[in-house]
Ligand binder design. Sequence first.
Ligand SMILES: [Mg+2]
Length: 384
Amino acid sequence: MGTIMHVDMDAFFAAVEILDNPQYAGKPVIVGGHKDSKRGVVSTCSYEARKYGIHSAMPISRAVALCPHGIFIPGRMKRYQEVSAQIHAIFPKFSPIVEPLSVDEAFLDMTGCEHFYSSLEQMGQTLKNEIRKQTGLTASVGIAPNKFLAKLASDWEKPDGLFVIRTHEVQEFLQDLPVSKIWGVGKKSEQALHQLGLYHIHDILPHSEQWLVDRLGSLGTHIYYLARGIDHRPVEAEQEVKSIGHEVTFHDDQTSFPFLRSQLGQMAEKVGWRLRNHGLYARTITIKVRFHNFRTITRSHTVQNPFCDDDTIFSEALHLLENEKLEPVRLLGVSVTNFTTDLQLSLFDERDQGEKLSQVMDQINRQFTHGTITKGRTLLNDLD
Ligand SMILES: [Mg+2]
């Protein structure tokens, strides 16, 4: 049995703004656009702003209507990345196995480190104190036997939370939670579960794995184990990433261009999501196509400006594919390379709508499981 810690900064971008502008403390702070922004969306907002019903991904205009006296800030991604780097530099002091999830979130595998602390609570508090000392910001920490439970725990007493779930408490903790709290259960899966009369985790427990698999396919196995608090995913320490890619092998050779196009759209979103999660920008896009006779080609294009948005990945990949003479396709892949973290442009600039939109989609997807929101171009033949 492991000891996994999940760390998540509280209202991160808004908290950084309050840190740098102490006069904003205790006020509704909304990051994502100016008050008069026509197209902006809320990226993060302070807990005071949430009391007005404001939340991430909401149009700025709507947030202004809900809270006209709020403090609206376009955002300073460079500064957030600076603080993010400070936070991520703290984690390796606590554990050699750290899996960064986003600018303000990480899993730490603390298995074997327990005896350095008087209790698991003290372990979590020590990390919270260190983050506060180094950055002046609060984090919420969850400690549990695995990743699924640790993430639930960090969310449990947010903001400035600290919550520990011990092995013998797992079943009681889980039983009354709605099924939507299960990692990987998005809106669609939630509906499917509701249709089977499964609303809470305790509704799942009486059913066998086979019963669930017969009705839900592979999701059945997934929820059978998570409902019991069993999650064997390891914390995966980050290695230096040189390439991020995704590829799909089709059951049947594909000749339909609209189908291939939609596949590219899905892959572009997956690749873009991972790219942004690593805080990276790429300059080169490569497609890989394997034809029915196993002939395999790769085609690359390098662009002037580093990118991390789905739209650029999609349109460049599509362009590369359009230049090829189509034979029946067995496998299609998209990857990006040539990374940089150094950016000349401001992420919240009006010119970068594509990127901003991707970031908002990422946030929604993180909140409600990946894949909740995708662009229309991927909807054809969604194989996920
Ligand atoms: Mg956070």
